[in-house]
Ligand binder design. Structure first.
Ligand code: SF4
Length: 605
């Protein structure tokens, strides 16, 4: 097999057993990689109803077939597990260099199971795999963890995925961090790592990923890189201003959520845009492995020195979402979030929920403590004070560490939680892009934009411009196509930002040239559809009630936008959802019928 090793590493932290398993080409063709491999193991080997923090939950780290090759953005990997935030599937994607290094070490996935009785880390040096004591780094922030481990193994070229104090202390919104500032953020995957007492995975690989036809692959890759370079977003806006290039665009289009989605335009957006960041603080770009786009930011602040980020989502979550207009504070808060190991979207979403609960008088100063900063819109003090408290679960930070939904429930304000399936929503108000709203509502992992980025057609015009308020079957079909296509891109091991410039046929070309297959675009999209359905199946088994939970917060369904180009609009989800289920081939109540399971070869589960 080319582009694969055919090897899965299995590590049981309860028994200390380390073993290797093989897989064949049929398995690869069915599941492709990353999310596909992850969901296979969860469905096959795990009771979906287990407590996410129990030793029975599995934690899978998986690169894809194009990870570690020269394919543009071929550095991605995925963390797959049962989410402690939603209770359903979690598959969090990250870039940097860790995924490629894991591939160079000769592994197509690591399946971590059980739970260690003391803090440990995993050291992988090609075929040498050891579970080592991590008592001395437990409690350390991410940068110190990486520094200590590099020194300890005597190799500055290792790449490390680790958790910060947020993951150790089981915050349900904790991320797995790699290469210091890259996050597999969503769904609380860092807390599952913490529950297993696994502080870090340190990897060094010395192998080269072999592709089927090197000359052909090189020429295909060259052509795709050209396409990306010639695209105005992938080759222009993203390298120049980072993903925060979207701040002005999304704000001008009237869907930049402000003060917990109460408004859809932020009066200070321009001052915290990618353009403003580049003018004030940017030193250089930082691409992930094999990435010709390079959206990553390296910024320098007088107070903090050099740091990385924030990207668009974090700029918003720690800025407009909280009514905060101080770019330096946003960058500092993003730095803290990376050090403690938080998902910035859920972190901002939790703080925004607290601010609205405080505004509405449901959360009171006496709940926070006399000296604690009040949760007032725009109060930058909130950032420094509570992020640290949340990481260590100190004082009111203990309540916040549970995420926005549980906070809102505790203070009788669930309607002020802006999330789906208990996961905080990202930086687009779907009342200004209704297909995007359908995507949020139907996402198997809860409130998430990136698994069906409908902003592309609805706002940016990729692959063609669609009316953001059209809710025809064409729109619903596009949501489904984007969900399946994203599953395919993720599973291949590429970054979804390549969709600015590349289409489904381009991914087919690269995969076929690398692996040596001759699959059609439709056959690849079928793999994406299989993965989406398999993830759905897991969430259903874990207790998902689609008719109750494939929905949006009341505000987005019932409160019309107050200003800007989308004034007067809500999301007409009720009209789209039945058609989505039907076009997916599901039942009227959002479940997968036997027939569909057969069609997708999922009957074995
Ligand atoms: S586009 Fe940005 S996030 Fe994606 S691989 Fe490149 S640098 Fe990383």
């Amino acid at each position: 097999m080319f582009a694969y090793w055919g090897r899965i590493l299995r590590v049981n932290l309860s028994t200390g057993k380390i073993s290797e398993e093989k897989f064949d080409e049929d398995f690869a063709k069915k599941w492709l990689g990353t999310r596909g491999f992850g969901i296979y193991y969860l469905l096959k080997e795990m009771d979906a109803t287990v407590d996410p923090f129990s030793p029975e939950n599995k934690l899978i780290f998986a690169p894809g077939p194009l990870t570690g090759t020269t394919a543009p953005t071929g550095g991605r990997y995925m963390v797959i597990t049962k989410s402690p935030l939603t209770g359903y599937i979690a598959m969090a994607n990250s870039g940097g260099f860790f995924g490629a290094e894991l591939k160079f070490a000769g592994w197509d996935a690591i399946v971590v199971e059980g739970k260690a009785d003391h803090p440990v880390y995993l050291y992988i040096n090609d075929d040498q795999v050891e579970i080592r004591d991590a008592g001395h780094i437990w409690g350390k922030v991410v940068s110190e963890t990486e520094e200590t481990l590099k020194e300890e193994v005597g190799d500055s070229k290792v790449h490390i995925a680790s958790i910060g104090p947020a993951g150790e202390n089981l915050s349900r919104i904790a991320a797995v961090m790699n290469d210091e500032h890259r996050a597999a953020g969503r769904g609380g995957v860092g807390a599952v790592m913490g529950s297993k007492k696994l502080k870090a995975i340190v990897v060094r690989g010395h192998k080269r990923v072999e592709v089927a036809d090197r000359a052909k692959f090189t020429s295909v890759v060259k052509e795709k890189i050209e396409k990306l370079k010639n695209d105005p977003v992938a080759g222009g806006g993203l390298p120049k201003f980072g993903t925060a290039v979207l701040v002005n665009i999304i704000n001008q289009n009237g869907l930049y959520p402000t003060r917990n989605f109460q408004d859809s335009q932020f009066e200070y957006a321009e001052e915290q845009s990618g353009e403003a960041m580049a003018a004030k603080y940017l030193i250089r770009n930082k691409p992930c492995y094999a990435c010709p786009i390079g959206c990553g930011r390296v910024n320098k602040l007088p107070t903090l020195g050099v740091t990385e980020g924030p990207e668009y989502e974090s700029t918003w979550a720690l800025g407009a979402h909280l009514g905060i207009n101080d770019l330096a504070s946003i960058i500092e808060a993003n730095h803290l979030a990376d050090e403690y190991g938080f998902d910035t979207i859920s972190l901002g979403g939790t703080l925004a929920t607290a601010m609205e609960l405080y505004e509405k008088g449901l959360l009171k100063q006496e709940d926070l403590g006399e000296d604690a900063p009040p949760f007032r819109w725009g109060n930058t003090e909130v950032l420094h004070y509570y992020i640290e408290k949340m990481a260590y679960r100190k004082g009111f930070g203990d309540v916040l560490a549970e995420g926005g939904y549980r906070l809102a429930e505790r203070y009788n304000g669930v309607e002020y939680f802006m999330g789906v399936k208990k996961q905080e929503l990202p930086a687009y108000d779907p009342r200004g892009a209704e297909g995007h709203g359908l995507g949020y509502a139907t996402n198997n992992r809860g409130g998430c934009h990136i698994k069906q980025y409908m902003i592309s057609p609805e706002i940016l015009g990729y692959p063609y411009k669609m009316d953001p308020h059209d809710i025809s079957d064409e729109k619903v079909k596009m949501v489904i196509l984007f969900q399946d296509l994203t599953a395919l891109i993720d599973a291949a091991g590429l970054c979804v930002f390549t969709t600015f410039g590349l289409g489904a046929d381009d991914y087919r070309d690269m995969l076929n040239a690398a692996i040596g297959w001759d699959l059609t675009t439709e056959e690849y999209l079928k793999i994406g559809e299989r993965i989406w359905n398999a993830e759905r199946l897991f969430s259903l088994r874990a207790g998902l009630d689609p008719l109750k939970e494939d929905t949006l917060p009341k505000r987005l369904l019932e409160e019309p936008v107050r200003q800007g180009p989308n004034k007067g609009h809500v999301v007409r989800l009720k009209e789209m959802l039945p058609r989505y289920y039907s076009l997916r081939g599901w039942t009227e109540d959002g479940r997968i019928p036997e027939e569909k399971l057969g069609e997708l070869d999922l009957r074995e589960f």
